[in-house]
Write a protein that binds this ligand. Structure first.
Ligand code: FES
Ligand SMILES: [Fe+2]
Length: 452
């Protein structure tokens, strides 16, 4: 298969990332009529009322309109909790990593009291990015870039390279040379901006507008369901970075529905987890959960192999994994776009960085228990699983890229959905709820679980 759009496949932070830009570029001239934000919203409201049996796809303009994307930035992204990283990426005081999100250059750092914080990298003096790409951090004598890993490292202080103002790990301004003649200059008022951050199940989440309700409270039920994986104690084993020429909803829909095992993954996932046995739990306010059971014959083979003491997944099954979770994958979408595949042996975690209606960066990450990384066969497992993650993800990249192109064509009108695309329909109901200023299943009865 010809590989498209793979810009980098690499271990965590092993190469400099290209600077992220908040793009408003639409690369393709659309054959479709231009719709206003209000027209797109009205159509989403209309179709979200339809039962799954009558469901239809969103209008193409919901994936191509710059104005609708701008609305999403303000009403779906900046006012909610977005995933940035995993706690294992900043284990020690002073560990930091840089990530750009929705035009905000950010530092994720573990500050002196051991707390994870999210700070702006923009210097409050003259708007310099305090860690511009390629500048490194070791030259300033106050911290060290991790060898070969620009964009993350270990620091005692941050220093802006422009006029050498220094900042504590919690963002407070520590030093500002030659400002003594500046009237009314109070050092306490000129720290790096701090954004609201919560660590939920090991995921470092940020709320950019500072107004979202606490995340941990909202996700109590899901935290309980995720306990068997103990994600907060996991370690990041693999990270790949992708430059994606498609809308964020294309990926969310693709990730969450397994109908496409029949086509895009016919040789990889379909033989293991046939599309028709996948099913969705009931609609919830904060997340979607889908179950992908392994084929019964495969399950039996695995049980026999386990009885012989062999490990049956690519990596050892997570200790004390509940029996009903040992032979299926579980897909989660925590709104708006934290995507997770919780498997018997690992968690695959996707973070998006939306850049425009037709462009985003994507970080795909594999998390494993620390004990897995100590396994004698770990180097082989890592190699195999990196190749596997890359291969089936490339299958998704191919289709997502082609789908986005389709949205600009007059040859595409609107599609109808299969019962196996319940997640796609739930995402529409989420978008409709956000347009109403609420969450799904709060002002309308929740959709019931599928039978399985
Ligand atoms: S812009 Fe940062 S110290 Fe001047
Ligand atoms: Fe897929």
């Amino acid at each position: 298969m010809k590989l498209l759009n793979e810009t980098a496949v690499r271990a965590a932070c092993s190469q400099p990332a290209a600077p992220l830009q908040f793009s408003n570029r639409t690369q393709v001239r659309s054959a479709l009529p231009t719709w206003s934000v209000e027209q797109i919203q009205a159509e989403i409201q209309r179709i979200a009322q339809l039962p799954l049996t009558q469901a239809t796809t969103l209008p193409s303009q919901a994936y191509t309109s710059q104005e609708f994307f701008d609305w999403e930035v303000d009403h779906i992204f900046r006012n909610d909790w977005l995933p940035l990283a995993h706690v294992s990426q900043v284990p020690n005081i002073g560990d930091f990593l840089n990530i750009d999100l929705l035009g905000e250059p950010l530092i994720v750092v573990r500050s002196k009291e051991g707390r994870v914080r999210v700070l702006s990298r923009i210097c409050p003096h003259r708007a310099m990015d305090i860690m511009p790409e390629g500048f490194g951090y070791s030259g300033h004598g106050i911290g060290d870039a991790k060898e070969g890993q620009p964009g993350c490292g270990h620091a005692r202080l941050f220093m802006c390279p422009y006029h050498a103002w220094t900042f504590e790990l919690d963002g407070r301004l520590k030093g500002s040379p030659e400002m003594q003649q500046t009237e009314g200059f109070e050092r306490d008022s000129w720290g790096l901006k701090e954004f609201h951050c919560e660590v939920w199940n090991g995921f470092i989440m940020v709320n950019l507008d500072g107004k979202a309700a606490p995340l941990n409270e909202r996700l109590v039920g899901l935290s309980e369901a995720l306990k068997p994986w103990n994600i907060g104690e996991m370690k990041m084993a693999i990270q790949m970075e992708w430059d994606c020429p498609f809308n964020w909803k294309v990926l969310a829909e693709n990730f969450m529905e397994s109908y496409h095992h029949l086509g895009a993954h016919s040789k990889t996932l379909q033989p293991m987890m046939p599309a028709k046995t996948t099913w969705n739990e009931e609609e919830r306010a904060a997340y979607i959960r889908a179950h992908l059971p392994l084929k019964p014959a495969m399950r039996e083979e695995m049980q026999q192999a386990e009885a012989r003491g062999e490990h049956v997944h690519g990596m050892p099954t997570i200790e004390d994994m509940a029996p009903e979770l040992r032979y299926e994958w579980n897909l989660f979408l925590v709104y708006p776009y934290l995507l997770m595949s919780a498997n018997p042996d690992r968690v695959i975690f996707y973070r998006m960085q939306p850049l425009g209606p037709d462009r985003m960066k994507l970080l795909t990450t594999t998390l494993v228990p620390a004990s897995t990384m100590e396994h004698p066969e770990w180097p082989t497992m890592l190699e195999n699983e990196t190749a596997r993650l890359r291969d089936f993800h490339l299958e998704d990249m191919e289709v997502c890229t082609a789908v986005q192109r389709g949205f600009y064509a007059s040859g595409y009108q609107r599609g109808r959905l299969s019962y196996l695309e319940m997640s796609v329909w739930l995402i529409q109901r989420y978008a409709a709820a956000r347009i109403r200023g609420t969450l799904p299943a709060t002002d309308m009865p929740p959709a019931p679980a599928q039978k399985h």
